[in-house]
Design a protein around this ligand. Structure first.
Ligand SMILES: C[S@@+](CC[C@H](N)C(=O)[O-])C[C@H]1O[C@@H](n2cnc3c(N)ncnc32)[C@H](O)[C@@H]1O
Length: 275
């Protein structure tokens, strides 16, 4: 039975998510001669080579484990370095939809941190797109670089060690994601970098930051279609005999502010009466 390496079939160098149960999940690249250990027995990497993703392998103890292809969320849960607060997958999903990101898009990112969001953007824009990512701290950029290498998406990203408040190099961009403490300070930068009509999403942990950003947008003008969201995700125990929500959940991560960069609105009748 044939199939493409790392897509259908496990070959040497392919990533594998080995799942014994809900808690015992191991993410690694297959290297001949190596062994993956667990408290339920071990598996030799050599025994994984040639298996199809989605199939089962028997450990030395006789226990069975599932051989899966890791998704980005699996890397985020157990395969990446984390040095900063990161945006969570529940928020990433909405960000991608709000920005209407497509293969080929050119996207600005301000505030790279550990690069979790950079990775999501790089996957969305595809091989023909580009992500321009600005970060003021060199240690964060290094972590992000390693994480992008781990998931194989570094070639779609330009990492720039710069304070974005001082400006960015690009123009005519399709979208922007901003995750930094003072996003109101980059509104003029975004206006120059985004093409008219392009969307920006700002991620903000505290509600007073949201309020300050909205006031700054009102004052400056040139932003429209503004929306504010908080995404709450409730996961359920997948049990047919006792279906109910899990007892714990991530209650708060941050707020998303979305707006589109537009031309300055011309004056119209009634403007004088506006507060
Ligand atoms: C919370 S982290 C970003 C996390 C990222 N969104 C993720 O999901 O992994 C915020 C980052 O913004 C960076 N930052 C703050 N001010 C900045 C500025 N003026 N220009 C560029 N980066 C900045 C910080 O150094 C920090 O690494």
């Amino acid at each position: 039975m044939g199939g493409e390496c790392c897509r259908d079939v496990v070959c040497e160098g392919c990533p594998v998510l080995l799942v014994l149960d809900e808690r015992r999940r191991f993410l690694f690249r297959v290297e001949r001669g190596r062994v993956q250990g667990s408290d339920r027995g071990v598996v030799r990497h050599d025994d994984l080579v040639g298996l199809r993703y989605g199939s089962w392998v028997r450990l030395s103890s006789g226990a069975l484990a599932l051989v899966l292809q890791p998704r980005l969320v699996d890397y985020m849960e157990r395969g990446l370095r984390r040095r900063s607060q990161v945006i969570y997958p529940k928020d990433h999903g909405l960000i991608l939809m709000l920005l209407d990101l497509k293969p080929g898009a050119r996207v600005l990112e301000i505030g790279v941190g550990s690069g979790y969001t950079t990775i999501v953007l790089a996957q969305a824009v595809g091989a023909t797109g580009r992500v321009y990512s600005y970060e003021v701290r060199s240690d964060m950029l290094e972590t992000a670089r390693k994480n992008l290498e781990t998931v194989g998406l570094l070639d779609r990203v330009e990492l720039k060690h710069r304070d974005a408040r001082l400006g960015v190099d690009e123009e005519g961009l399709d979208a922007a994601v901003v995750d930094m403490p003072d996003p109101w300070a980059v509104l003029p930068v975004l206006h120059r970098a985004l093409r008219p009509g392009a969307g920006a999403v700002f991620f903000l942990p505290a509600v007073n930051q949201v309020s300050r950003l909205l006031s700054a947008m009102d004052l400056r003008g040139g932003w429209a279609e503004t929306r504010v969201y908080e995404v709450l995700l409730r996961e359920y125990e997948p049990r047919g005999d006792a279906l109910r929500p899990k007892t714990t959940m991530i209650a708060h991560t941050g707020y998303l502010v979305y707006a589109r960069r537009v031309e300055e609105r011309p004056a119209q009748v009634g403007d004088r009466n506006r507060g």
